[in-house]
Design a protein around this ligand. Structure first.
Ligand SMILES: *Cc1c(COP(=O)(O)O)cnc(C)c1O
Length: 421
């Protein structure tokens, strides 16, 4: 459930009509609902109730400072994958003691930055990273708290570009090698081993791969403890899928996900960390656009809208489906037509939907792409010199622009023509 509903025939974000935001901000824009973010966070907190845990929101799903502040104020930790994301989490008021640092290619500069700033845990993905981290931490008179990200060789059964838990993926340390790397870690002067980390992919719609991976983590934890390592935390990653259509999808319920965690690792006495991104932010956001032209093609009708693949990359990048709804609710019984919904970018890949049933919509009509709160604005670019899409946050009857649309002066001002040219 989210807080994007029709009232008196107008789509609202909580208490605010989308038409009002569109009039103030112009299209296209993203709009997020604080109540929906909080609701999704709360469902996960409920699912893990009774287990010592920290929900580390995955900043890469939607890293706007205002979004991070909503979640940070609820007590969320953060999972970051770059120095920049670390600085975002800190700027939103989240202390380093609640931030974990993941990623397969952390640079020495990023390791130093986060050690200096304070960090809860590094999820280390390779031996070279481990050695560099030890060297840097020891040089600062510190021991870096580390969980090794293991690759459990489990098929997450999701889109190939976002599956990360198979041995052929670049992520993590092969689980068969883990014992040896833990032994090395324990001997390094700048490392303090605290846990085990796993993350097998994103948009998982079946609990079985989670269960398989967590069982392997439990078994490894027992082995590592027998080897003398103090394993006090298990980071189980993110990946819980969400419904992208209102009709025919039934991804796992957070309660059942929590049950799998309890059944597989609940009796190990470890603090549980999870890193949900999409589950919290995905259905907490819309991308709102207007129709530029309705173009009659040969046997096809194109709805050309003012949002494009540079604003929302998921359809062109992953072939992803987003429900599209009119902002002004269609009258019951109104004729629906089939439209190809496309953006203005000069690529055929700039197509949001083919032959989608939508009510008649003319020039200037507003429409909303649902489920756009995660991996939406964060992946936006200025391809075709289209200004970076602005973001709006709603809470109750309030709305505010939380990232403004840049002016063309700002955009052109970022480039420099060298003096010698
Ligand atoms: C992307 C990512 C997540 C979040 O995945 P979701 O599918 O958005 O929950 C969590 N942890 C790591 C290490 C990631 O790379």
């Amino acid at each position: 459930m989210d807080h994007f509903l029709y009232h008196n025939g107008v789509l609202h974000a909580e208490g605010v009509p989308i038409t009002e935001i569109a009039a103030a901000v112009g299209t296209p824009f993203y709009v997020y609902s604080a109540a929906t973010l909080a609701r999704h966070y709360g469902l996960l907190a409920e699912a893990l109730a009774g287990l010592p845990h920290l929900i580390c929101y995955s900043v890469k799903a939607n890293g706007n400072l205002a979004v991070l502040k909503v979640l940070g104020d609820l007590g969320a930790g953060m999972d970051v994958v770059s120095g920049g994301e670390y600085l975002r989490a800190r700027a939103a008021g989240v202390p380093g003691s609640r931030i974990v640092f993941s990623g397969v290619g952390k640079t020495r500069g990023e390791l130093r930055l986060t050690l200096e700033g304070g960090i809860r845990q590094f999820n280390v993905e390779s031996e070279p990273e481990l050695r560099a981290l030890s060297e840097i931490a020891a040089g600062m008179g510190l021991r870096a708290p580390v969980a090794l990200r293991v690759n459990p060789d489990v098929d997450a059964k999701t889109h190939e570009k976002i599956a990360t838990g198979k041995s052929e993926n670049k992520f993590g340390i092969p689980i068969a090698k883990a014992r040896a790397v833990y032994a090395e870690a324990a001997a390094l002067p700048g490392i303090e081993v605290v846990g085990v980390d796993v993350h097998i992919g994103s948009q998982l719609t079946d609990l079985a791969p989670f269960r398989a991976a967590f069982e392997k983590v439990a078994e490894l934890t027992r082995t590592l403890r027998a080897d003398g390592h103090a394993i006090s935390r298990l980071d189980l990653g993110g990946g819980l899928g969400i419904p992208y259509t209102r009709s025919n999808e039934a991804p796992p319920l957070p309660h059942d996900y929590g049950q799998v965690i309890r059944e597989t690792v609940g009796n190990l006495g470890c603090e549980i960390e999870i890193e949900p991104g999409r589950f919290i932010a995905g259905n907490a956001g819309l991308l709102v656009a207007s129709v530029i032209w309705l173009k009659e093609g040969e046997g096809r009708r194109f709805l050309i809208v003012d949002a494009a693949m540079n604003d929302l990359a998921r359809p062109s990048m992953y072939g992803a489906h987003h429900d599209i709804v009119p902002v002004l609710e269609a009258a019951p019984g109104l004729e629906h037509g089939l439209y190809d919904v496309v953006g203005p970018v000069c690529e055929t890949g700039d197509t949001f939907a083919r032959a989608r049933a939508l009510p008649e919509m003319g020039e200037g009509a507003l429409l909303a792409f649902r489920s756009a709160g995660a991996y939406g604005a964060v992946m936006a670019s200025e391809y075709n010199t289209r200004p970076l899409v602005p973001e709006v946050l709603v809470r109750g009857d309030h709305f505010a622009v939380i990232r403004a649309r840049p002016s063309f002066d700002e955009i052109l001002g970022r480039d420099t023509i060298p003096e010698w040219l």
